[in-house]
Design a protein around this ligand. Structure first.
Ligand code: DGL
Length: 261
């Protein structure tokens, strides 16, 4: 356990973390990954904090104790805000979490308007409120909880009528050209990036935190002497996908992984 040649564990409530996995595969070509998606319990964003803590602990226990991963990536903004402190107390391996990319967004907006899309729990939790306190004064920031959106993406919808009418309801109060940057503060939303960009007719930048997270994983593995020295392997040997859900979930993940890798 915790050797450079071990795998990196990655988890999310479902398909969202596959977008992070895609970035990790690109940025860390020598690493192997075990991805756990808790599709049987998605979405996390409308559960209680205690429920998300309990589910996160169970998954971390599976990946760290049973599977012996050398580091754990919480590829979920919601689980990070609810449980990352607890996970770091319970387990001694490096644990890397995620947060909405507000810092780069306000730098890009230069005092303009930033819209943050995230789950109701991410927006409510202290972690995001602290982030808002830290960077929120540098731009006009609007936090938009998006209940129901994860369910659409878990069902495989990334474009088309239902997604567009959801976005219309969500952004209805903004004029076209008024929003400078949209932050995708949930790893599921990365799969609708093109639909969001098209909604704003290319006039708003749409960003996510996946590259920042991958860079942080590289920094941490380097610092702890845990970067694999193994050879560049074919994709099939580098990823194991595990779900608490169904064979259809796995099929969707494979399809989505191809889109992002
Ligand atoms: N993908 C997750 C995130 O980044 C949460 C989705 C959910 O509500 O389950 O926040």
């Amino acid at each position: 356990m915790n050797q450079p040649e071990g795998s990196v564990g990655v988890f999310d409530s479902g398909v969202g973390g596959i977008s992070v996995l895609g970035e990790l595969l690109r940025c860390l070509p020598n690493e192997r990954f075990i991805y756990y998606g808790d599709s049987a319990n998605a979405p996390y964003g409308s559960k209680t904090v205690d429920e998300v803590r309990e589910l996160s602990l169970k998954i971390a226990d599976y990946l760290i104790i049973q599977r012996g991963v050398k580091a754990l990536v919480v590829a979920c903004n919601t689980a990070t805000s609810a449980a990352v402190k607890l996970l770091r107390r319970e387990f001694s391996i490096p644990i890397i979490g995620m947060e909405p990319a507000l810092k780069p967004a306000v730098a890009m907006a230069r005092g303009g308007k930033v819209v943050v899309m995230a789950t109701p729990m991410t927006i409510k939790e202290q972690k995001f409120q602290d982030l808002l306190f830290r960077y929120g004064k540098e731009a006009q920031v609007f936090s938009l909880p998006c209940p129901g959106l994860v369910e659409l993406i878990e069902a495989g919808e990334t474009e088309g009528e239902r997604i567009n009418s959801y976005l219309k309801g969500l952004f209805g109060s903004f004029q076209l050209g008024e929003v400078d940057v949209v932050v995708l503060g949930c790893t599921h939303y990365v799969f609708i990036k093109e639909s969001v960009a098209a909604f704003f007719q290319g006039r708003a930048a749409v960003i996510d935190g996946n590259r920042g997270t991958a860079n942080q994983v590289i920094r941490v593995l380097e610092e702890k002497g845990l970067l694999s020295r193994g050879k560049n392997r074919p994709l099939a040997e580098r990823v194991e996908l595990v779900t608490s859900g169904t064979a259809e979930d796995l099929e969707l993940w494979h399809r989505f992984l191809l889109k992002v890798s």
